[in-house]
Design a protein around this ligand. Structure first.
Ligand code: SF4
Length: 309
């Protein structure tokens, strides 16, 4: 019998939920338009929906008219963006940066004050990486892979050196990069608590478990969603065919040839309504049984800014 296995947890995390609620509540309370710096979360369905309701997504602060309401995306912003926004005559600024990203910002600023050289593990060009690295003006280096460690222009016996990571990386890959850093720089200081967030960790754990019983895995998430890409890679690395899709209509029947068990998960920025669409589409392909694989229970929530409560 053809079966759908649903990973749990999947989909929205507390940081995404908070960021979307900040935009929705601002629109409800102050009316359209509200300006959002960068896609508030990396999901096409969510961003298109908010745009229809009056959110305007911009990349540059110069594109926000004076007197507007501005919201920073969940990925966080560099200090230069905050400074530029503060210098404008804006009515209100709301910060939808995930508190777990803000935690890394605080960590970086403290390390910098203590004269540490900081290594950030992350993906070049990702807004979270730009935001986090942009918390300090110098003495910070980006590493994307183990090979990058060798090219760092630093003495091996440097005394004050610390590492932080993007929150949505592959847990396993990050462990090997940190191990290589530790070998190269024996004085390396590790983060007190992991920077990879609970939601990334839990969704990866659930996919690992789910993939064991699947012939194919569908990951619902947008192409620019870091944590969704990691879920797809993880299933692939376990030898299971894996596809990243925004919508159910992208599923091709040939992907499901010879597939008896299809796994379904969703990145942290993908809403459950998209999962429901995928289940309906799979039912049309003869997958009439659905089973949920519960790996971890989540209870995390983050408070809204006081003006929006
Ligand atoms: S994926 Fe993690 S860091 Fe990103 S918004 Fe969600 S909880 Fe925050």
């Amino acid at each position: 019998m053809k079966k759908i296995i649903l990973a749990n947890p999947r989909g929205f995390c507390a940081g995404v939920d908070r960021a979307i609620t900040i935009v929705e509540t601002s629109l409800a309370k102050y009316g359209a338009p509200v300006y959002v710096r960068h896609e508030v979360v990396h999901n096409k369905y969510v961003v298109d929906g908010l745009q229809e309701r009056g959110a305007i997504f911009i990349e540059e602060i110069k594109d926000v008219p004076e007197g507007s309401i501005l919201i920073y995306s969940a990925h966080g912003v560099p200090l230069s963006v905050r400074e530029e926004a503060m210098a404008k005559n804006l009515t209100m600024i709301f910060d939808a940066t995930c508190p777990l990203v803000s935690k890394v910002h605080v960590e970086i600023k403290n390390l910098h004050k203590q004269n540490y050289t900081i290594i950030m593990i992350g993906h070049r060009g990702h807004p979270e990486v730009e935001g986090t690295m942009g918390q300090v003006k110098d003495h910070i280096h980006l590493v994307e892979s183990e090979a990058d460690v060798e090219t760092l222009p630093l003495d091996r016996d440097i005394e004050k050196i610390a590492v932080v990571t993007q929150t949505t990386l592959s847990v396993d890959e990050t462990k090997s990069i940190i191990a290589r850093l530790k070998e190269t720089f024996p004085n390396l200081r590790l983060p007190k608590n992991e920077d990879i967030c609970y939601a990334t960790q839990n969704r990866q754990d659930a996919v690992k478990e789910m993939a064991k019983s699947c012939d194919a895995v569908l990951v619902i998430g947008s192409k620019n969603s870091s944590n969704s890409n990691r879920l797809k890679e993880l299933a692939e690395n376990l030898g299971v065919k894996s596809y990243l899709i925004d919508f159910d209509y992208e599923i091709k029947s040939e992907w499901l040839d010879q597939v008896m068990n299809v796994g379904v998960t969703a990145g942290a920025s993908a809403p459950e309504v998209l999962v429901e669409g995928v289940i309906k589409r799979l039912q049309q392909e003869g997958f009439n049984t659905t089973e949920t694989l519960n790996v971890v229970e989540e209870h995390m929530t983050f408070a809204l800014p006081s003006e929006l409560r």
